[in-house]
Design a protein around this ligand. Structure first.
Ligand code: 173
Length: 326
């Protein structure tokens, strides 16, 4: 039988528990994706939100405001994260170079996410320092590392040469397109459809995956092979918000994000399926001849690093050192 004394001990323990920070009122974070809701490059982030909200009941909730450009401009997401208007964001490097020019270097990284978490941790630590300094942010995790980029065109090319062509870009492709003689036009992804339809641009840069989300197959004739660079979508948290979280809240977010860094097991098949799906939709691959293909890749790399060094004389050389294999 429970004595008065033991029930008193239990009541005191319950009161203490209720007052401890771990059970303080749950935190609500405002979340935004820089890619439109329910598109490929928003989906993993949306899954993370569901998981955190399910497992974190009473502890933490991510209130999903939706994706850009519906809820805010694509190139505003990084700035809004920095200013704390947004607490957690899903965005790729090319969308926030206006806040952190060095983010552009992610596309040139020659290591896997797993290596960044292990033997190449100093590269990740260096970037965390820049996130802190430039945008008051913490990089929670990255996704889609096996995804690389293509130039899609409506006029055929035979060489690594974009002279006379106007290409929709995000900052990811700008240096490459310009070095190959093309004219780069920066737009938010959903704007590309009308521009292609009207012939305002002759093509665009985009990863292999995801063009069907925007119906671009209807206004695209060619996809140039080979792919170049390396994709990533980062999940960033405003650092002031992050620092206010308790250990349990941090762990829940961190574990969910790290789970997304694991490579997709069926990536090679998914890439083959996507090429087939594009072919069936009428998009022809342009296979550049070997020498031109090599020039295509080399130009992307050389022009990419030159742009990083130009944008960040202070950190560019260190990033090149940390990001490339010897
Ligand atoms: O807008 C883009 O073409 C771009 O840079 C990008 C990067 C990763 C995923 C989707 C788009």
């Amino acid at each position: 039988m429970m004595t008065i004394r033991s029930s008193l001990v239990i009541s005191c323990a319950l009161i203490a528990l209720a007052l401890s920070p771990a059970t303080a009122q749950q935190v609500v974070l405002k979340g935004v994706s820089a890619t439109p809701e329910k598109t490929l490059y928003a989906r993993k982030f949306e899954r993370l939100i569901e998981e955190v909200n399910t497992k974190g009941k009473g502890l933490i909730e991510i209130r999903y405001l939706g994706g850009a450009p519906k809820v805010m401009g694509v190139f505003e997401v990084g700035r809004n994260l920095k200013e704390g208007v947004v607490d957690i964001a899903n965005l790729t490097n090319g969308f926030y170079t206006n806040v952190m020019p060095e983010a552009d270097a992610w596309k040139l990284l020659e290591y896997s996410f797993a290596e960044l978490r292990g033997p190449q941790k100093k590269a990740l630590d260096y970037m965390q320092g820049l996130y802190r300094e430039r945008m008051n942010a913490f990089l929670l995790g990255q996704q889609y590392e096996a995804h690389s980029f293509h130039i899609y065109l409506n006029k055929p090319i035979q060489k690594a040469d974009l002279t006379g062509l106007k290409i929709r870009v995000s900052p990811v492709y700008r240096a490459m397109v310009e070095t190959l003689g093309g004219t780069a036009v920066t737009t938010a992804p959903p704007d590309a459809y009308t521009m292609l339809e009207r012939g305002t641009v002759d093509g665009y840069g985009w990863p292999l995956h995801g063009i069907f989300d925007f119906s671009w197959q209807k206004v695209t004739k060619y996809r140039v092979e080979p792919p170049f660079y390396r994709g990533e979508m980062s999940i960033l948290v405003n650092l002031t918000t992050w620092n206010k979280l308790n250990d349990a809240q941090k762990k829940l977010l961190q574990d969910a994000a790290l789970a997304l860094e694991a490579p997709d097991a069926d990536e090679a098949k998914a890439a083959a399926d996507e090429r087939k799906r594009q072919a069936e939709a009428g998009i022809q691959p342009i296979q550049l001849p070997a020498g031109e293909a090599a020039k295509w890749i080399e130009t992307s790399r050389v022009a990419g690093w030159a742009a990083v060094l130009r944008a960040s004389p202070q950190h560019g050389a260190t990033l090149k050192e940390l990001f490339t294999r010897k």
